[in-house]
Design a protein around this ligand. Structure first.
Ligand code: CTP
Length: 426
């Protein structure tokens, strides 16, 4: 294979093609050479579009990114010290740019120091051969395919192979990445690479990296098509207990995650749930049976953000109480609303996973589709305008009003006003 222009023109959306050709023309203006590399090229060869595009820039990545922004609107984050820039262009396409470089690892797990160098050198320092292919984007050699390290053959044969012996030691996160790719693509880790990986696990290589970096990588597992398979593989390789101490990857837990994956496949199509995060959802499922002390410990260990921690703990604390009530056929609309009102979407989803009873599912869908946005139009301001003295009575009236609206007893502003007047009279 010599050129990837055909793949670019057939596999990528028109918008992405336009952006790529545009960047190519920008590079020519400034005499830069730019190459798409890594996952973008790998996925292109697999017939998939990847909207996170890694670019190697021969010249300065930071200067090139700035020159693009002179012509096209977007946002830019530069890390001058590392010679890298992240450019986000319209429609959320992200270009991660690095200056063609050689990386010297001062100490295992330390951040790389940077020196100008060539495309080949840059690619040699990467994780697996399947991620070392490149494609030129300059108009003069647009689409030219670079395959220095046998990546194409490995991709065709479904093999994950490191480029050099110390790869997992230089960057222990690659242990997790290797397993993610293995499970995502159904590939196998090549024999020598696999023994290097196992040795790195035995030597607890990841203890050298910060918890932030480790758990940032772990969170990516939850975005995989089948997180349960990746976690099962962690368990098989004796890593699970290091990443999630105090948690056992039981058959039951695996089943739960599989049911969750199945549910996600459904809800991602129908769009009832739009306000949830993969991390909170999967962590809620993983930690559901742990003690409060252990859940809090994980929140700290994984450096969860405040909102994530709050949601996770809310689900953990309240779902065991809410779940049995969801199965009560006598729960009326307003009770159902107040039962689920504060439950994060992750909790609603987990409820359906934990209890396959149809009543649970129906209750949750009824809540989301018919109750969640069913609110009275009258607010506290209207009560104030009507001359009602502010106080605890406001809450009482508005709750009663909300209940009546949820139950379908009244609708429309006029009926709501009548309801308030009746309530005040007696
Ligand atoms: N890379 C690496 N070592 C790492 C992380 C990344 O060598 N620990 C390199 C790989 O060449 C990878 C590229 O940087 O292709 C971009 O990283 P990332 O965007 O995380 O990887 P993708 O391969 O695009 O992964 P995904 O498909 O999960 O987005």
């Amino acid at each position: 294979m010599e050129n990837l222009t055909r793949q670019i023109n057939t596999i990528l959306s028109k918008e992405l093609q336009a952006l790529i050709y545009f960047l190519g023309r920008c590079s020519q203006r400034g005499s830069y050479k730019i190459y798409a590399v890594g996952g973008f090229v790998r996925d292109l060869l697999l017939g998939r579009e990847n909207n996170d595009i890694d670019l190697v820039v021969d010249g300065s990545a930071v200067d090139f990114a700035r020159s693009v922004l002179e012509i096209m609107p977007g946002t830019l984050r530069c890390y001058e010290r590392f010679g890298t820039a992240t450019l986000t262009l319209p429609r959320g396409t992200v270009f991660d740019m690095v200056t063609a470089r050689k990386e010297f690892y001062a100490a295992p797990g330390a951040l790389p120091t940077v020196e100008q160098s060539t495309l080949r050198n840059d690619l040699f320092r990467r994780d697996f051969t399947i991620n070392t292919m490149a494609c030129a984007l300059n108009p003069l050699e647009f689409g030219k395919f670079y395959n220095f390290f046998g990546g194409l053959k490995d991709l065709r044969e479904g093999i994950i192979r490191v480029l050099y012996k110390l790869s997992f030691i230089d960057d222990p996160l690659r242990i997790i990445r290797a397993i993610r790719f293995e499970q995502r693509f159904g590939f196998r880790i090549e024999k020598e690479s696999f023994s290097l990986l196992k040795k790195a696990i035995e030597n607890r290589a990841w203890e050298k990296i910060s918890k932030e970096r480790l758990y940032k990588e772990v969170r990516l597992v939850f975005r995989e098509p089948k997180p349960s398979k990746v976690l099962a593989r962690f368990a098989e390789l004796n890593m699970f207990k290091n990443i999630f101490p105090r948690l056992t990857f039981s058959r039951e837990l695996k089943n739960r995650l599989e049911r969750l994956e199945q549910l996600l496949a459904e809800i991602l199509i129908e769009k009832t749930f739009t306000n949830w995060s993969y991390s909170v959802l999967f962590l809620s499922a993983l930690f559901y049976d742990l003690s409060e002390h252990d859940v809090r410990y994980f929140c700290y260990l994984m450096r969860l953000k405040r909102k994530e921690r709050q949601n996770l703990l809310y689900v953990w604390e309240n779902l065991p109480i809410v779940l049995p009530q969801l199965k009560n056929r006598m729960t009326g609309a307003s009770n159902l609303y107040f039962l689920l009102e504060k439950m994060p979407e992750e909790g609603l989803l987990l409820a359906m996973v934990l209890d396959p009873d149809l009543l649970v599912r129906e209750g949750i869908y009824y809540f989301c589709k018919h109750l969640l946005n069913k609110k009275p139009s009258i607010t506290g301001k209207d009560l104030l305008k009507a001359g009602l003295e502010p106080g605890p009575i406001y809450n009482k009236i508005l709750t009663k009003l909300h209940e009546a609206v949820l139950e379908g007893k009244i609708s429309g502003r006029r009926e709501e006003m009548e309801f308030v007047n009746m309530f005040l009279k007696g």
